[in-house]
Design a protein around this ligand. Structure first.
Ligand code: GLP
Length: 247
């Protein structure tokens, strides 16, 4: 695990984009795993800039998103479909046919989840998976106590996650109770992981992820077992770390 600490959010985001762009340039038909939340927004802005100004080409790239709320249609402004089109896909030349986001309105959820796993395998696996982290140590919507071997499935959201995300909805009751999420095992099969965290609200979760024991109570801590994981932090998110990590 490579822990990289940058002074601020913008520098961290640019470093993340540089790493993603390197993969896209080396392998134009690569498979990218995307995440939602406020943390990767700076990375997405930088990828858009690289597309516009440097011709970074996404036309052959396949994408898979980590998760989606159950019960929200793609056009709902809090759905992760909406988020991805609004904040990234509409601004780059990604081919709509190669974009995959879990379907929050799927009638046969189990069948959908099995199909999603098959699609990832058929695409050749994910080359680089971008991850954020919840203040409780979740990755995607794998909340504490999620099996570290889990696959794509439906999961209830933790009370604290619903509270954290309530700010985006008209009332707390409107926050969905469940999500479809890639499993921890699914995420671990990606060839590279790029976990981003910014701000002091994440410092405790990052300290437990990087320097704590591997535990289902901190699902992100499983990145310690990955062969090519980069944990990219701004200095506020790194504040709880005790070791010295070289630049
Ligand atoms: C959400 C998402 C996660 C994300 C996390 C942190 O609930 N399911 O994928 O990493 O919360 O979000 P933020 O980056 O806004 O802090």
């Amino acid at each position: 695990m490579l822990v990289l600490i940058r002074d601020d959010y913008e520098t961290m985001s640019r470093e993340a984009a540089r790493r993603v762009a390197t993969v896209v340039r080396r392998k134009p038909n690569c498979v990218l795993g995307f995440a939602t939340g406020s943390t990767p927004l700076g990375l997405y802005r930088e990828l858009i800039r690289m597309h516009r100004e440097e011709g970074l080409d996404f036309s052959k790239v396949t994408t898979f998103n980590l998760d989606e709320y159950v019960g929200l249609p793609p056009e709902h402004d809090q759905s992760y479909h909406y988020f991805m089109w609004e904040n990234l896909f509409s601004h780059i030349n990604v081919d709509r046919r190669f974009v995959h986001i879990p379907h929050g309105m799927a009638e046969d959820v189990e069948g959908f989840c099995a199909w999603y796993e098959r699609r990832i395998a058929e695409a050749g696996g994910i080359d680089v998976q971008i991850l954020g982290i919840g203040a409780n140590g979740h990755i995607a919507f794998n909340e504490p106590s999620s099996s570290l071997g889990s696959r794509t499935r439906i999961k209830p959201l933790a009370g604290t996650t619903r509270e954290a995300n309530a700010r985006f909805f008209a009332s707390p009751d409107e926050v969905p109770t469940h999500a479809i999420t890639m499993g921890v095992g699914t995420i671990m099969e990606a060839r590279k992981l790029l976990l981003l965290a910014s701000g002091d609200a994440k410092a405790d979760a990052i300290a437990r992820t990087v320097e704590g024991p591997i535990s289902a109570m901190v699902p992100a801590s499983i990145v310690q077992l990955h062969r090519d994981a980069v944990v990219l932090l701004d200095s506020a998110a790194a504040a709880g770390l005790t070791l010295h990590y070289p630049e």
